[in-house]
Write a protein that binds this ligand. Sequence first.
Ligand SMILES: [Fe+2]
Length: 216
Amino acid sequence: MKRNRFHAFIAKASAIVDRGLAEHETLMLVGREARVLVQRDDWLPPCFTSCGSVASRPHLLYLDPMERFSVVSFTWAPGQQTPIHDHRTWAVIGMLRGAEIGDRFLYEAGALKRTSSATLRAGGIELVSPSVGDIHRVANASATRMSVSIHVYGGNIGKISRHVFEPRSGARMAFVSGYANADTLAFGYAPQLATAEARPEGRGRHVTRDTPPAWP
Ligand SMILES: [Fe+2]
């Protein structure tokens, strides 16, 4: 395992965030470093790529001590996809293994409209944020192989209140993802972590579920 690749990324991402740049500048610079990170698939320990029930939540790899950014891994089983969701902060997605199909959406007047669909392949990155487009759905592009992506978020993503959307009605539900490995040590540094919870938002239109969907 070449963990130094990951540690080098954290050092560079920390230095970028230290500069307090505008969101689009932070996105571009962190994206550039994330692209470097996912060029080589030899640094992520297998315990951060486990499939199964916990795979529906992010595995925390690193949390900035001031919670200015977090880095997680997602592992999707063949054919698995996320619900339509937002992030409410900037995020960089780097494809480490396999490929994922990303559908992007616009949410206006309580309705969803799909605006694009693209396949992200190993070594590539994608940027999302409230200013460049924050709503998407991600699916493993393969019917036979798992996919692994590395996500960098502008905050402690496990604690941020976000939304999932019901595609037909446009109804949305608030959720907080938590982390799959909240009870274990993260790859780098992880203080007290949020536990997962999901709650309906507001009155009227909301989604209720017996079991939470996958939280990306
Ligand atoms: Fe996402």
